[in-house]
Every structure is written in structure tokens, then in C-alpha cells.
Design a protein around this ligand. Structure first.
Ligand SMILES: *Cc1c(COP(=O)(O)O)cnc(C)c1O
Length: 422
């Protein structure tokens, strides 16, 4: 048995599922995880998610629940809320959203009506589906206007944001995204939102851990509403939170419950509280800065090997690489890298001439490799493996790809992950 905590009862009761859990634990341990939205939670967070808290229904909020027996859950949720408020310096926190997408939907539901105009970052430029993409409910049920980045710099075009805001008068402006390698200028968004009377929603899903650790400026005080997942750089369980100022607190709480959801997932609430406790420790500040140092080192090493980075580098945990100069598309590169033990995702780049399911780029992040202890000194080696694997893919040289996978496994044996013991 290799999964941690061990799963002997599951193994006896349902070997099929236990086997899959074990296989996934091994896979996670043996690969270099460069998926920018992923991380490894601590053993304590893992344990919290696997508790009897999953048995309890607790629709409502502390003191105003719709089922009895909330003596403990009320205390638990209060701890999670206090830790969230204190870590981010927010007036109010709602820790019930099931995940990042419903958290964003709650912001729409709280402050806009169907058909109202919202302004978010376009998907091809690095926005999230829930920022008004045409295939998302947020693009279908709202009049979504989309801003992008400047072609020359790969950075948000604030002239365009202001022009669109003045022309379309959105109810909501959404700052943030899923493929933004540069610092988000929350004060600039706030100024535009003020000019047009829009509610500013900062979606910090990717960078919440960096903000908590002081490695990225905070939107608190600039955005009235801050949504975030808890499972990316923040290194908690899959889940989400919404932070607000005092004025917007009630509308958000009503939108989450009863507007959008039923009972909160209390085992997740517990794990979020544990993760927030970890993020408040001094070590987490070191972690957040180490994530950025690793990303900058990886960016430098890739640039040296002729990789073309959108915006020319990174300020955070994330890199977006345009592979056009390497004469390979994002998807075949990502698949070859996965076989070589380097896990990431294909991604559109701004102004991508290719289609979203077969785009020109790949996206990388350093949150997970930093958790397992890799440092800037390892980044030239990772860049070298990536370069070799991509060349091998172009040459259909599977033997070379297998060889890299072995080298990756060898390195990683010295950097165990929580959740797996070899
Ligand atoms: C990941 C992400 C989301 C969605 O989170 P899910 O938990 O996958 O629903 C929303 N917004 C941004 C910016 C994200 O990066």
C-alpha cells in the first residue's frame, strides 16, 4: 500500500477503486507536475477531506440552518471564515461555493440580471470560461463583452478595458484569468469600474496562494468582490471562497445559498480551514516566493533554449509558451511531454491563429513542483528535458521520450509528494 493516508479498508472493500487510487498516487509522484492550476495538498488537508464531516447536511449559515445537529458544523464554518478573513484582510468571507465556477456564477447572480452586460477577459487572451465565454452560461445568459491583451506586450490593454466599459456600461467587470503570466493591476481595474459604476470582481483562483504569501499584490480594498478556488496556488482542497467588503456581503451570501447551492460540503470546509491555517504560517510566505523564483528560473531556461514566452516572461507562477518557433503545435507537444513524464496542458496563446482544441501553445506553472521541493537549480534540467522531448516528438523517436521519463522518475525519487510513499 502506497497511498497516504493508507486505504486498507477501501482496498479490502473495493479493490478496483482502491487500485485506481493507488495508480493515480504513483502517477502523481512519478511525474513533473507543471499544470499551472494543480498542486499537492498536505497530508493534513488530505485527512480533513476524508472525514465524517461528509455525512452532514447544513444548508444555510451558522445560527440560521435548515437542519438540526449543527453544533459542530457552525463552529467549523466559523473557523474557516475567520481564517479566510484574517489571511486576506477581507470584511467578509463565504466558504461554501462548491468550486470556482459556481463561485463566479454567484457573483453574477448577486449583481446582474439575465441579459445584463458584463465585461471579462476573453478566453483566447487568458480569461476563464466563466468570464463570459460564448459556450458558458455566463456568455449565453448575459451580454458578455470581452477585453484582451496587447499584441506587442501580451499584457492587458487598459485603454481597451476603459473604452469597452464606457461604451457598454457593464454591471460587473471581472479581473483575472487562467493564463495570465503577469501581475494583475487591480487598482487600474478599480479605477475603471468606479468610472462606470460597475462592481469589480477579482477572480484570483490562480494566484490566491501568491497573494496570501505576499508574492502578488492583493485585490482586497480595490475589488468589492473577490472569488477564488482553494486548490491552486493556495494548496487547499478542491473548493472555492468569495471574499467581499461589508456592503456586498449579504448579496453574495444570498446568491450562494439559497440562490445557487444547497448544502455546503463540510469535509471540504474543514480542509479549506486547514489549508488557510497552513497559508497563514511564515513558511507559506517562503513557499509563495519560491514558486515565483522557480517560474522565473524556468522562464529564463526556456528562453535560453529558444522557446517563445508570451509577454517575454513571468511575474507569477505561470508561463505561457508559443511553440510556433519550435515547429510543433501545443497538443502534440503536451502529449509527448506527458509520455516523457512532464505533465502540462496545451493552451491557446493571444491572437492564436489555430483552433482552441488544437492551439499553438502550452501553459506551465511551478506551484506543484515547488511544493515537492524543486528549486531554481532544477529548472535548466526541466527546460532541457522539454526541449529534448519536443524534438523527439517531431522525429517520432519514442525511445528518447521513454528515456526522459526514466530520468524524470530518477530525479523525483528524492522529492516525495504528500499522499504517496514509494
Ligand atoms: C480554475 C479557475 C476557475 C474555475 O474553477 P473550478 O473549480 O474548475 O470550477 C475560475 N476562474 C479562474 C480564473 C480559474 O483559474
Amino acid at each position: 500500500m502506497t497511498h497516504q493516508p493508507p486505504i486498507p479498508t477501501l482496498t479490502a472493500a473495493d479493490p478496483d477503486i482502491a487500485g485506481l487510487v493507488e495508480d493515480e498516487a504513483r502517477r502523481q509522484a512519478e511525474k513533473i507536475r507543471l499544470i499551472a492550476s494543480e498542486n499537492y495538498v498536505s497530508q493534513a488537508v488530505l485527512e480533513a477531506t476524508g472525514t465524517v464531516l461528509t455525512n452532514k447536511y447544513s444548508e444555510g449559515y451558522a445560527g440560521k440552518r435548515y437542519y438540526e445537529g449543527q453544533q459542530v458544523i457552525d463552529r467549523l464554518e466559523a473557523v474557516a471564515i475567520e481564517r479566510a478573513k484574517s489571511l486576506f484582510g477581507a470584511d467578509h468571507a463565504n466558504v461554501q461555493p462548491y468550486s470556482g465556477s459556481p463561485a463566479n456564477l454567484a457573483a453574477y447572480f448577486a449583481f446582474a440580471q439575465p441579459g445584463d452586460t458584463v465585461l471579462g477577459m476573453g478566453l483566447p487572451a487568458g480569461g476563464h470560461l466563466t468570464h463570459g465565454a460564448s459556450v458558458s452560461i455566463t456568455g449565453k445568459w448575459f451580454n458578455a463583452v470581452q477585453y484582451g491583451v496587447r499584441k506587442e506586450t501580451g499584457r492587458v490593454d487598459f485603454d481597451q478595458v476603459r473604452d469597452l466599459a464606457k461604451e457598454h456600461r457593464p454591471k460587473l467587470i471581472i479581473a483575472g484569468g487562467t493564463a495570465i503570466p503577469r501581475t494583475i493591476d487591480f487598482p487600474a481595474f478599480a479605477e475603471i469600474a468606479r468610472e462606470v459604476g460597475a462592481v469589480l470582481v477579482a477572480d484570483i483562483s490562480h494566484i490566491a496562494g501568491l497573494i496570501a504569501g505576499g508574492a502578488h499584490p492583493s485585490p482586497v480594498g480595490h475589488a468589492q468582490v473577490v472569488t477564488t478556488t482553494t486548490h491552486k496556488t493556495l494548496r487547499g482542497p478542491r473548493g472555492a471562497m468569495i471574499l467581499t467588503d461589508a456592503e456586498h456581503a449579504k448579496a453574495i451570501d444570498k446568491a450562494v445559498f439559497p440562490g445557487l447551492q444547497g448544502g455546503p460540503h463540510n469535509h471540504t470546509t474543514a480542509a479549506i480551514a486547514v489549508a488557510l491555517g497552513e497559508a497563514a504560517k511564515p513558511e507559506f510566505r517562503d513557499y509563495a516566493h519560491a514558486v515565483v523564483a522557480n517560474a522565473k528560473a524556468l522562464a529564463a531556461a526556456l528562453t535560453e533554449r529558444g522557446f517563445d514566452l508570451v509577454s517575454g516572461g513571468t511575474d507569477n507562477h505561470l508561463l505561457l509558451v508559443d511553440l510556433t518557433s519550435k515547429q510543433i503545435a501545443g497538443k502534440p507537444a503536451a502529449k509527448a511531454l506527458d509520455r516523457a513524464g512532464i505533465e502540462l496542458n496545451f493552451n491557446t496563446v493571444p491572437f492564436d491563429p489555430r483552433k482552441p482544441f488544437d492551439p499553438s501553445g502550452i501553459r506551465l506553472g511551478t506551484a506543484a513542483i515547488t511544493t515537492r521541493g524543486l528549486t531554481p537549480e532544477h529548472q535548466p534540467q526541466i527546460a532541457e528535458w522539454m526541449d529534448r522531448a519536443i524534438a523527439a516528438a517531431a522525429a517520432e523517436d519514442e525511445a528518447s521520450i521513454d528515456k526522459i521519463a526514466g530520468e524524470v522518475r530518477d530525479l523525483l525519487t528524492a522529492y516525495p509528494i504528500p499522499g504517496y510513499r514509494a
